[in-house]
Structure formats: C-alpha cells, structure tokens
Design a binder for this molecule. Structure first.
Ligand code: AP5
Length: 221
C-alpha cells in the first residue's frame, strides 16, 4: 500500500468553494487537482463521446451515471502525477461511488488520507453560485461579489467575456442542492464512521478558508 499524506477528497455542497480552495492548495502541495465536474465540462465543450452522453444530464443538474465516473476516475488516478498525492473534488457523490473509490484505490495500491468537508449553509452557497461567473476559454472561476475580475465582466487572463454556467441558473441550483442533500451529504457520516473526515468551517472569506485548510493540511504532515 502506497502511504501518502495528501491523497485527499474535498467534499461539500455545490458552491461551497471546493474548486476555489483546491486550486489554491494544489499550488502549495504540488499535487494535481482532479475535479470530475471540470473533466466532464471539458468533455462536453470538446464534443467527445463522453461529453455528448453527459451534456443534458449535467445541464439539468442531475448526476452522471456511476459507471461513467468509475472509468473516468480510475483512469485519472492511474496517471503518474498522482504518485505524490491528489485532491479529488466532486467525487465520490454517493455511497455507491464511495465504495467504487475504495475499489479503485485498492486496485491502484493507494490509501485515502482524509476527507476535507467544507461546511457552509444553503443560504451562503446559493449566494455564491448565483454570483459565480466563469471564463469559457480557460475555465477560471470568478465571483461578482467575492472574487471580481479586474475588468468588469472579462477574464483577467485572456479578456474573454465571462459567462454563467448552464447549471447555475436558480431552478437548477435548487435541484443540485436537493440531490446533494439526499445523495452526497450521507458521505459525511460514511467517512466519519471511518475516522477520515475533517470538517472545516467554510463560511468565511476565500483567504480565511484557504488559511484554515492550509493549517489543517500542515498538521497532517
Ligand atoms: P461540479 O462541477 O462538481 O459541481 P458542484 O459540486 O456542484 O460544485 P461547484 O463547482 O458548483 O462548486 P464548488 O464547491 O467547486 O465552488 P467554487 O469553488 O466554484 O459538478 C457539476 C456537474 O457535473 C454535476 O451536477 C453532475 O452533473 C456532474 N458530476 C460531477 N461530478 C460527478 C460525480 N462524481 N458523479 C456524477 N455526476 C458528477 O465556488 C463557487 C463560487 O463561490 C465561485 O464564484 C467562487 O468564486 C465563490 N467562492 C468560493 N469560496 C468562497 C468564499 N469562501 N467566500 C465567498 N465566495 C466564495
């Protein structure tokens, strides 16, 4: 079994800040950020077979099938850059996927270090998501309140006009939150029973949440 201090899962409701914190943390840890949402959105925007299969499911806020995710995640975790560790963001999403991840990690001879649970209220995530804007070219994520672009509605990196994600429309956000509560939230208990969950108060500013997560990861060293 390959022991590694940073084989991590970031868990939390939609809009909790998993992607934002993960991007800041991976720079310091030197491990890849593996976001199943980003991988699936890439597949949709490049029009691959996988992308065509999942496009309408994602736009409606539903979960993509466990089978498709199994192959995607196993393939990604097999890559050499995961040898130093990784942050999995958006996977697992239900108990079936958590069991599938156990199987994948067993097969790849990896051991999960911890699950970082970003705990934040529904009211706050709805506010964060409704103000999220993304660059369709480089996928950089902004927020009209907490992480504003320098030039009004253009990406700082490439001047592309920012857009709202299709699944960030209010009615779809409600659906995603409901699915989170029913299917994903039980994973907190699942990993708590295995003594693997670390709960972080993610209600503060991005800098504050980054700091709490960095300090927590330092303690794992
Ligand atoms: P995915 O992309 O994983 O969506 P999600 O889990 O709903 O997560 P989000 O990307 O909405 O939120 P986040 O927590 O990363 O927040 P962010 O950092 O951007 O999945 C999308 C879809 O893909 C799913 O619905 C499903 O269809 C499919 N899918 C993916 N994985 C799957 C799986 N395993 N199984 C089946 N289907 C799957 O932050 C949000 C906003 O808040 C941003 O604007 C940010 O700037 C701002 N912000 C962040 N932190 C703070 C803070 N501390 N204070 C103020 N603002 C903040």
């Amino acid at each position: 079994m390959r022991m590694n201090k940073y084989n991590l899962i970031f868990l939390g409701p939609p809009g909790a800040g998993k992607g934002t914190v993960a991007k800041d943390v991976v720079e310091r840890l030197g491990v890849p950020h593996i976001s199943t949402g980003d991988m699936l959105r890439d597949a949709v925007s490049t029009g691959t077979d996988l992308g065509n299969k999942v496009k309408s499911v994602m736009e409606s806020g539903q979960l993509v099938s466990d089978e498709l995710l199994f192959d995607l995640v196993k393939d990604r975790l097999s890559k050499r850059d995961c040898e130093k560790g990784f942050i999995l963001d958006g996977y697992p999403r239900n108990v079936n996927q958590a069991k599938a991840l156990d199987q994948i990690m067993d097969e790849l001879n990896l051991e999960l270090t911890s699950v970082i649970f970003l705990d934040v209220s529904e009211e706050e995530v709805v506010k964060r998501i409704s103000n999220r804007r993304v660059c369709p070219k480089c996928s950089r994520v902004y927020n009209l309140i907490s992480l504003q672009p320098k030039k009004d509605t253009l990406c700082d990196d490439d001047d592309t006009p920012l857009i709202q994600r299709e699944d960030d429309k209010p009615e779809t956000v409600r659906k995603r939150y409901q699915i989170y509560s029913e299917k994903t939230a039980p994973l907190v208990e699942y990993y708590r029973n295995r003594n693997q969950i670390i709960t972080i108060d993610a209600s503060g500013t991005v800098d504050k949440v980054d700091e709490i997560v960095f300090n927590t990861l330092e303690e794992l060293r």
